[in-house]
Design a protein around this ligand. Sequence first.
Ligand code: CDP
Length: 324
Amino acid sequence: AGLRSQFALGFMDPPLPPVSTISVPTVPTDLDWTVNQTALNMHRADIEQFVDAERNISLVRSEVRVGQVMHFDYSEQKYVFPISASLYSLIPEESPFQNKHYNACAVVGSGGILSNSYCGNEIDRADFVFRCNFAPIDKYKSHVGSKTNFTTFNPSVLEKYFNNLQTIYDRARFLGELRRLKGAVLWIPAFSFHGSNMVTRTLTDFFLEHERQFNPKLNLAWPGNVMKHFSDFWKTKGLSPKRLSTGMIVYTLATMFCEEVRLYGFWPYSVAPDHTPLSYHYYDKKGTTFTMKWKQAHQLPEEFNLLQQLHKHGVLKLTVTPCS
Ligand code: CDP
């Protein structure tokens, strides 16, 4: 109470805001953005030195066999996951991105900056829309759009948002959301952490049990141990976090298949450029405080700085202000 009254009387300066609120970068000016084809081609050639996007996006059946023991990108060597006959049957015969080429793509990160952005229509106008971690869209359509052609699906999503598919309600809800994907690519990094072993089994069983209920068919992609390729590339740009963010990996893939890439929902700061407070994810419950949990593994502001540089060079387009 003593301290508070000192502030009230103006004897002391108020405490400084947390670091993340002071270091908000200046907003890229969208008005004069045009794609710089030369810079984009050079960037793609740089990535190609490390990432074979068509192959790295998924294992294909001819590369693996039933019983093959997989290891994990981020776990000790002792942890393994043998490929079962069920999982094998869900691995595609050929890369879901074989010979694929798209014109304008949107990569939708999950940042709170998308709340009240009214970017939904603009995102849906893209020819191909990439999303992260099965992020919910239903309640947020006007701000995040609804078109989905690709989404990552970390197996832990099953644990976090679908109660490990334990009840009929969880299963029905999950089935509904999968069917709504209508043939979009579901990118499942099952070989990143050993911690996802159990959920991967639950997930493969569920896919097989419901296989006939998907029309069009589920379009699954199971990346092998490819994370190193992405980190090696970004290391050449001065970025070496414990783990790259999902958004950064998706952006790297998108740039290899798309003529033009526009990024939305990438803004790892607790306030918007106009200083209104933000939640970490656009889908976080109202009143949730901005989490700094990402610091355990990611270097999001450093990633954002690089994306901003690429924006300035005309290689990608970042949108961090509301869409008109
Ligand atoms: O799996 P990961 O923790 O990396 O991602 P997420 O929390 O599901 O969010 C998807 C992606 O959106 C992240 O990987 C970031 O690239 C981006 N993001 C951001 O730039 N700013 C935020 N406030 C939240 C997410």
